[in-house]
Design a protein around this ligand. Structure first.
Ligand code: NAP
Length: 490
């Protein structure tokens, strides 16, 4: 039975998905609240480690028995392609539910449903191209390689951009022929549960996709360490990612990790300033800064620093906080009161370290926003490179703006970060842009543009921002292992 929609007197009710069935979990029921109003709007049945064991068992049985991996690639492509079409047809409805769950402005959530549809469409097409190679190894022998799924994969996903980040893993994992067990973030599990509905409607065999919501410290931990799981794909914080890697190690399960960042924007003096300023605002404040790729550290070449800062602060001041369903709103709330506290503590410590708050710095005074998890968009200057506010991911609407003198210096300073997820370079000098892109330690470098992920191209982190890649051909490869076959022909 599908998940139930809300009525006037009842909340949306969501149940876990195991072996093709909607189930009440053995855990507690969680009540989700809208992050901008504090109003409850949905309930979710949470699972336990026993439910997770059932899900891994169901996935293994479906992998062996359903023919998902061994059937016609075109049939797999048809299922994934239909999900892409349904997501597009139901963008308004699914985007609205995502907006209620995440608090992000509806227009951005609609766009994210389309990005999820793009991921399903892209991996649908790749699922018909799982080719190996024939390899010359000498006369009397035939050698060929096969690209095969792992079997059961465990996916652990974060709360900040749930529909997009889950779609990357689910679409790639299924395109490769795997069976999946997903542990979505406790705060935002709804879009993954909806994806399970859409996949079932599209004809995915029961048990190939299982979704068990529940507390990460128990369920995520159990899934990462589960001996029945051959591959773990995790997106979340660096600290939890390291833990997941350690938990998977005794099984030697393949692990890919998409982790945190402190991604810089480098604004050179010759940059097109209008573009650098108008691009740096959404690159930082999209989803209230709760983006792994938020360009939360801006370094401006000294001769243009004052101009950039004045105009950037002016633009930041135009951001409007409020309900995701108000078309004028450009900055939503944070996911939870706990996240608000975390962000405010970062700001307080930055002040104590001697940094200057140029704008924002606290909760908004507007009483209309009092029920929500809002933090004012905050610009900080007067920092030193070793301050926490410069080195650590805040995951909220807080940006530092610094100065630099020359190319070598700025590259050295940003490469000193323990993270390496994304970096953006603003300059009109193409030679400079390519020189800097070549030496920046980041999984993605953008030049005079800010969008860091496109389904066709690999996305992931250097250093403590991750292991492995999502999207692109590399994203599919993460869900495939290679078998080599050697045949005597004499
Ligand atoms: P998180 O706290 O690390 O949680 C991520 C997922 O792991 C959630 O499903 C969580 O479950 C689960 N989890 C928690 N403790 C666990 C444990 N001990 N063992 C296994 N799983 C566990 O991260 P988050 O706060 O949701 O997301 C924000 C972080 O994700 C930021 O650092 C951000 O940069 C990063 N991120 C990275 C990317 C990327 O592509 N590189 C994209 C988005 C976000 P619960 O929800 O139940 O706690």
């Amino acid at each position: 039975m599908p998940n139930e929609p809300a009525t006037t007197d009842r909340l949306h009710a969501f149940r876990m998905v195991v072996g093709g069935e909607r189930r009440a979990g053995r855990g507690e029921q969680s009540v989700l609240v809208e992050p901008w109003s504090g109003q409850p709007f949905a309930t979710v049945e949470m699972g336990t480690t026993d439910d997770l064991d059932d899900a891994v068992f169901a996935a293994a049985a479906a992998f062996d028995g359903s023919g998902w991996a061994t059937g016609r690639p075109l049939d797999r492509a048809a299922v994934l392609g239909q999900v892409a079409s349904t997501l597009r047809a139901r963008t308004e409805e699914i985007g609205a539910l995502e907006a209620r769950n995440v608090g992000r402005p509806l227009a951005e959530c609609r766009h994210n449903v389309e990005l999820a549809a793009d991921a399903f469409a892209y991996f649908a097409s790749l699922s018909t191209h799982l080719r190996g190679a024939s390899i010359p190894i000498g006369s009397g022998l035939l050698d060929y390689s096969l690209r095969e799924p792992y079997g059961v994969c465990g996916l652990i996903t974060p709360w900040n951009n749930p529909i997009v980040l889950s779609s990357w893993k689910i679409a790639a994992g299924l395109a490769a022929g795997n069976a999946l067990v997903v542990k979505p973030a406790s705060a935002t599990p709804l879009s993954v549960l909806i994806m399970a509905d859409l996949l079932e409607e599209a004809g995915l065999p029961g048990g190939i996709l299982n979704v068990v919501p529940g507390p990460g410290g128990q369920l995520g931990d159990h899934l990462a360490a589960h001996p029945g799981v051959r591959k773990v794909s995790f997106t979340g914080s660096t600290a939890t990612g390291i833990h997941v890697l350690q938990r998977a190690a005794p099984n030697l399960a393949k692990v890919s990790l998409e982790l945190g960042g402190k991604s810089p924007s480098l604004v050179f003096a010759d940059a097109e300033m209008d573009a650098a300023i108008s691009g740096s605002v959404p690159a930082m404040f999209s989803n209230a800064g709760q983006m792994c790729t938020a360009r939360s550290r801006i370094l401006v070449q000294r001769s243009r620093y004052d101009e950039f800062l004045d105009r950037f602060v002016d633009r930041v001041g135009q951001l409007k906080m409020g309900s995701p369903f108000d078309d004028a709103v450009t900055l939503g709330p944070l996911i939870s009161p706990a996240q608000v506290d975390t962000v405010l503590r970062f700001i307080e410590r930055a002040k104590a370290d001697g940094a200057r708050i140029v704008c924002g710095g606290g909760r908004p005074s507007d009483p209309m926003l009092a029920a929500g998890n809002f933090v004012e968009p905050t610009v900080i200057t007067g920092v030193k490179d070793d301050m926490e506010i410069v080195t650590e991911e805040v995951f909220g609407p807080v940006v530092v703006v610094e100065q630099f003198d020359d190319e070598d210096e700025v590259v050295r300073r940003v490469n000193a970060s323990r993270y390496g997820l994304a970096a953006t370079v603003w300059t009109r000098d193409l030679a400079l842009a390519h020189r800097v892109a070549a030496v920046l330690q980041a999984g993605t470098v953008t030049i005079n543009t800010t969008k860091v992920s496109h389904v066709y191209a690999p996305f992931g982190g250097y250093k403590q921002s991750g292991l492995g890649r999502e999207l692109g051909l590399e994203g599919l490869d993460e869900f495939l292992q290679v078998k080599n076959v050697i045949v005597s022909t004499v």
